[in-house]
Write a protein that binds this ligand. Structure first.
Ligand SMILES: [Zn+2]
Length: 260
């Protein structure tokens, strides 16, 4: 709901600058701008667009609208690219819209900002999400098992119901929580095999942490290249997990804490 505000509440907006290069990487300014465009889009969608009984539930519309506002107001090109990127990653990663809507969004995005300096990252994210939709085969990333052997994700996921989760030694609290969750779920849901994929940890530390946590090391793997893994599986947020049935994706954006 939009509260009733005095007429001059937003009067300062007349003095906002959208074209000062020195502000582009000034954090409070940038954070303000991302919120500002969220607010502008929300207000104009609620009053002018009249979608879904004036509630902004249509994420595709809302985010397209935001892109258009940024396009029409922001003059500084680097700031514009950064704000566009922010909308794209926010929409693609957080809304988790249908494949069809994502495609419409990316078309609009490319039309408005095809030469965006972050285009490669945005394309990778878009393609990555497209490739892990339900009923598609899980991407065939190579991982390393506890014996140091290379094995592909499709091979690991074969002939079983699997749940892949992710962890890194850089966040010990997350690892401690998720290990407990895995031990609990393994008992509660014996029909699934819970498979840990470690990122960004050296081999000795990885093995030590797995042993200490009491996890079954036959279900532990390590990714050698985080960038490739992230492009293929879109590891966001960190508590997400991927549920597969015989290497076919059931849900690539499930959550270790809410999905079971
Ligand atoms: Zn709108």
């Amino acid at each position: 709901m939009i509260p009733k505000l005095s007429k001059d509440f937003y009067a300062y907006r007349e003095n906002l600058t959208y074209g000062n290069k020195d502000f582009t990487y000034l954090r409070p300014y940038y954070v303000y701008m991302t919120n500002h465009f969220g607010n502008l889009a929300y207000m104009s969608c609620s009053s002018d667009c009249n979608i879904n009984d004036k509630m902004v539930k249509n994420h595709l519309h809302f985010n397209k609208h935001k892109l258009k506002l940024i396009d029409s107001l922001v003059e500084e090109t680097e700031l514009k690219d950064n704000l566009f990127r922010n909308v794209a990653l926010d929409y693609l990663l957080k809304v988790r819209d249908t494949e069809e809507n994502n495609q419409i969004f990316i078309r609009v995005f490319r039309a408005l900002s095809g030469n965006n300096r972050h285009m490669e990252e945005i394309n990778d994210t878009y393609e990555g999400i497209k490739n892990i939709q339900p009923n598609k085969r899980i991407p065939n990333v190579e991982l390393t098992n506890f014996n140091g052997e290379q094995i592909s994700l499709q091979q690991i996921a074969k002939n079983k119901k699997a749940v892949f989760y992710f962890w890194s030694s850089t966040d010990k609290r997350h690892f401690s929580d998720i290990s407990k969750r895995v031990l609990h779920l393994s008992k509660q849901k014996p029909e699934y095999t819970f498979i840990g994929i470690n990122i960004r940890t050296d081999v000795d530390e990885w093995k030590g942490l797995v042993e200490t946590a009491g996890l079954d090391n036959t279900n532990q793997y390590k990714a050698e290249n985080f960038e490739d893994l992230n492009k293929a599986l879109i590891i966001y947020p960190m508590n997400k997990c991927i549920i597969t049935d015989d290497a076919v994706i059931v849900d690539a954006f499930a959550n270790m804490y809410y999905s079971f």
